[in-house]
Design a protein around this ligand. Structure first.
Ligand SMILES: C[S@@+](CC[C@H](N)C(=O)[O-])C[C@H]1O[C@@H](n2cnc3c(N)ncnc32)[C@H](O)[C@@H]1O
Ligand code: SF4
Length: 380
């Protein structure tokens, strides 16, 4: 669940950002954006997603592993304890997936995998040895999940998770942590009260708990479950964002923002709020820092004290084309390209500096419902 800023929000956060110095902590890699699923709500491959609008030949493009390794070498020289999120599309479809992960491990990076879970089984041993945490998407009990992600996918993913849990037990290992993410959307919010029960029924011997944002690495559990509200925008906001980017940053935006447009969120947000409260109550979860889900969906101006995004000071995003961006879901303001530019050139370059300066005083119209606005305190 997304959390409010708490004491380190509002003006304190605005002031904090004024004094931030660039320090790379995290990379997000989209080495391939291909996907074997077509999830209805997905901002990439879903009903309003941008990937279907792109030439399909271009979207099959994958990052050259040698160029990527050279770049990663430089970043891991700068930060010897780098966090790397490998995502996509489906990251395990990247043809150099194992080589990439092995290289990152040899450079002591901590690797977090965001995956639809469909391709895990053949890689269980490899995952055990190399991945710190797996974020696996399951979007509700079987019938809801399958109607969003494709018939039979719930069964496949659960079998793959079985294999992973079994191997963790056999080796008596804590890693990789397995987190299930359910994105709350109009397609599945009705099922939320049945979700934990369905998982506990399916994984009878496993310890299934709700994700605890205060203590995400809680030891005693096999699976943690995180409810992630849909990220969304309106057409009006998206157009204002495009205009803002052009006028203030001289940037022509991609179709990325269009993948988030939801004119009608299609959720009875008060009913969802009530259901969530009942779940948290019965699970004994402290909800004091959680955002109000009704306000999240009905008042897009409310940022819950999350007045500033710190991502551009600590993170970079590399897409399948080699292009490098500050923003995880918006391939718009480009720092450069790893085929042509070094890490230092981009991280310390004029474009990154101008972007950070702009963000010190102004938020982008798309920031309000971006995951990075709600980042953990450690990213500050
Ligand atoms: C884009 S996917 C990539 C990794 C992998 N394919 C998967 O499905 O987990 C990363 C996460 O974004 C979520 N996602 C996709 N569209 C979203 C949206 N509009 N709002 C919130 N989360 C979204 C997915 O459900 C998934 O948990
Ligand atoms: S599996 Fe992931 S990337 Fe693929 S369509 Fe679903 S949410 Fe999008």
């Amino acid at each position: 669940m997304l959390t409010k800023a708490g004491s380190f929000g509002g003006t304190a956060l605005v002031e904090h950002v004024q004094n931030l110095k660039p320090e790379i902590k995290q990379l997000t890699l989209f080495p391939s954006e291909m996907c074997n699923y077509r999830c209805s709500f997905c901002h990439i491959w879903g009903e309003t997603g941008w990937a279907l609008k792109e030439p399909q030949r271009a979207i099959r493009e994958q990052l050259d592993i040698d160029v990527l390794k050279r770049f990663l070498h430089d970043v891991t020289e700068e930060n010897k304890n780098l966090s790397v999120i490998v995502t996509g599309g489906e990251p395990m479809l990247y043809k150099h997936f194992t080589e990439l992960v092995e290289y990152l491990r040899s450079r002591k990076a901590n690797i977090y995998l965001l995956t639809n879970g469909s391709l895990i089984k053949k890689q269980v041993q490899f995952i055990m040895e190399n991945i710190v945490a797996m974020n696996i998407s399951i979007d509700g009990p079987e019938e809801f999940h399958d109607s969003i992600r494709g018939k039979g996918s719930f069964k496949t993913i659960c079998e793959n998770i079985d294999a992973l849990i079994e191997e963790k037990r056999r080796r008596k290992k804590m890693f990789p942590f397995i987190n299930i993410t359910m994105v709350l959307s109009k397609y599945n919010y009705h099922s939320i009260k049945d979700f934990l029960g369905a998982l506990r029924e399916r994984f009878k011997d496993a310890n299934v708990v709700l994700h605890d944002s205060k203590n995400p690495w809680l030891k005693r559990r096999d699976l943690s479950v995180n409810f992630a509200p849909l990220l969304f925008t309106t057409q009006e906001r998206g157009l204002a964002y495009a205009e803002q980017m052009k006028e203030h940053l001289n940037c022509d935006v991609s179709a990325g923002w269009q993948g988030f447009v939801e004119e009608d969120i299609g959720i009875d947000t008060l009913a969802l709020k009530k259901d969530l409260e009942e779940i948290w109550d019965s699970e004994g979860v402290d909800t004091s820092s959680f955002v109000d889900i009704h306000e999240y969906f009905t008042d897009i101006d409310n940022v819950f004290g999350r007045t500033k995004c710190v991502a551009p000071w600590h993170e970079m995003v590399i897409r399948r084309t080699g292009e490098v961006y500050p923003c995880v879901d918006l391939p718009d303001y480009k720092y450069g390209n790893i085929y042509e530019n070094t890490f230092q050139e981009m991280w310390e370059g004029e474009r990154a500096t101008s972007f950070r300066e702009y963000l010190k005083t102004t938020n982008l119209m798309m920031c309000n419902r971006c995951t990075r606005m709600f980042a953990d305190k450690e990213s500050y």
